[in-house]
Design a binder for this molecule. Structure first.
Ligand code: XUL
Length: 523
């Protein structure tokens, strides 16, 4: 029992969250927003640098400076950082950090009084790091797929087809466009491994969860795929940091942090993972069939799978779970709140009236359907925005409301079928999860209980839980993941909605009609 720190190095901020496993409470949560503190120094906007032609980068030195500021803030809050037994973390996925050959030595010699920014300024072979928002690598995606024997071969081997934001295409582009910079690069890591390396004062490997977001890791062996590396860039096997299990200790915290912030000298550091794999843990999804749905601007579905099943249509990303035993699927439906708000506003409703419209209309909406593509859609792939109405009167506000929510729920069921997972429970988070009537539709369509979740920061919480699990295991007292997650990742009391069997039966029939309608308007 003790205290554990989870860090989340995300696009716009760095968060630290401390859990107390004795009390089962979140003790402290602190964030450093990059724009607030570093806009002037690094020129970032919303945490990133727009470099034109779809290139979106950020500054790894800024993330290091933010780490100093975060610990200073945590210390200033009066917390005793000396009680923290272990630290793990989460990083925005896919971003790559390029270090020169001085990096290992500089990390090992980190000491005060100078801050990280001054000590680390010389370790980069590329001063900026492309991040997940970068869309500039379409050519490299096609080349990488061709280089391993085709799109299907890459999918089978790594769990994903090539995506522009994934690390492999990004590395290839750098090697092509700046061969000298690539030549000066001794080590390539991810945002996750870079942040862990600062803490440990040594180069820390990549974990399989974040390794799966590169297009370079064999999802079956959870090691770099020699075939993918060869197709990506020259000598890559000598530059990429190795892959290690997420719960293998990376060493003790660097003396720099011990003397500066009062951490214990034996505070352990664990490899960081990606933010989505960490969120899987932070949402308590540690058994196959557990699914979470975040209802935000876009709706994102996370699922825990027992096998690395893949979507032949490219309808989701597949990552290894940092629990070491499972896999995660991530599916993004772009028209989330975007579509709900469009219908709400078109009919001059507020959220109360929106819920009331759902309450007053019957499941199945008397056969009226909507394809809610208010913006181009990611899943299913729809290139151009355009709302489709089928037996739906656009002036009937109540039917429109039901149609948009039923469409979202049916689509989430149809497009998660590839996971081959029977959904046993659905945890719903995000703004729209406050609306009970919306959750009722999801419970009825999926035919399973829906629980409401309120998460401070699922990625940082997942990281803190990983630190706890790893520390117990390394101390010879392993605890099952279910018991690690349970005290912290739990539904809001009284929030569970059970499906109504009669409504579920209606949707069992309606789903095929929706599928047909969707097929006739997509791909
Ligand atoms: C996932 C993705 C983003 C980043 C940043 O594939 O690109 O969710 O992880 O959060």
């Amino acid at each position: 029992m003790g205290k554990y720190l989870g860090l989340d190095s995300s696009t716009q901020s760095l968060t630290g969250l401390i859990i107390d496993t004795q009390t089962g409470q979140l003790e402290t949560e602190v964030s450093v927003h990059f724009d607030t503190h570093f806009k002037a120094t690094y020129g970032v906007e919303n945490g990133v640098l727009h470099l034109g032609k779809g290139q979106v980068h950020s500054a790894p030195l800024m993330w290091a400076e933010a780490l100093d500021l975060l610990f200073q803030t945590l210390k200033g809050k009066g917390g005793d950082l000396g009680q923290i037994q272990a630290i793990a973390g989460s990083g925005q996925q896919h971003g790559t950090v390029y270090l020169n050959e001085s990096a290992a030595g500089v990390l090992g010699r980190l000491r005060g009084p100078a801050g990280l920014r001054d000590q680390l300024a010389g370790i980069f072979s590329r001063p900026t790091a492309p991040v997940w928002m970068d869309t500039s690598t379409t050519a490299q995606c096609r080349e990488l797929e061709a280089g391993v024997g085709g799109r299907g071969a890459l999918l089978e081997m790594t769990g994903n087809t090539a995506f522009e934001r994934f690390s492999g295409p990004q590395i290839r582009k750098f090697a092509q466009e700046d061969p000298q910079g690539y030549g000066r690069t001794a080590y390539i890591g991810l945002v996750s491994s870079y942040m862990a390396s600062l803490l440990a004062g040594r180069l820390v490997p990549v974990d399989p969860g974040d390794g799966s977001g590169t297009n370079l890791m064999d999802i079956h062996t959870q090691q770099w795929s020699p075939v993918a590396l060869a197709a990506c860039a020259p000598d890559l096997e000598t530059k990429l940091l190795p892959i290690t299990p997420a719960d293998r200790p990376a060493g003790s915290l660097s003396p720099y942090f011990v003397s500066r912030y009062g951490f214990a000298p034996n505070c352990q550091v664990f490899p960081f993972s990606g933010d989505n794999p960490c969120s899987l843990i932070g949402l308590g999804l540690v058994e196959p069939g557990q699914v979470a749905l975040s209802l935000g601007t876009s709706d994102t579905l996370f699922a825990c799978m027992d096998q690395p099943r893949v979507s032949a249509e490219g309808e989701g990303a597949v990552f290894a779970s940092p629990d070491g035993a499972h896999y995660m699927a991530l599916i993004c439906f772009l028209n989330g709140s975007l579509a709900r708000e469009a219908v709400r506003d078109q009919h001059g409703l507020d959220w109360r009236a929106f819920g009331e419209a759902l309450r007053q209309t019957p499941p199945g909406n008397k056969g009226a359907l909507m394809l809610p593509y208010f913006a181009p859609e990611i899943v299913p792939k729809v290139a151009e925005a355009g709302v489709v109405r089928h037996r739906l009167d656009p002036s009937d506000a109540h039917a429109e409301v039901r149609a948009v929510i039923e469409a979202q729920a049916l689509s989430s069921k149809i497009h998660s079928e590839w996971m081959g997972v029977a959904i046993r429970s659905l945890c719903v988070t995000g703004g729209a999860s406050a609306n009970e009537q919306i959750l009722r539709v999801f419970a009825d369509v999926h035919g399973c209980p829906v629980h409401r979740f309120e998460t401070a920061n699922a990625a940082a919480l997942g990281a803190a839980l990983r630190a706890w699990q790893g520390h117990l295991k390394a101390s010879g007292m392993p605890k099952p993941w279910k018991e690690i997650a349970a005290p912290f990742a739990k539904p809001l009391p009284g929030s569970t909605i059970q499906p109504n069997p009669a409504a579920t039966a209606v949707y069992k029939t309606l789903i095929d009609e929706y599928r047909k309608l969707e097929k006739s308007h997509t791909g």
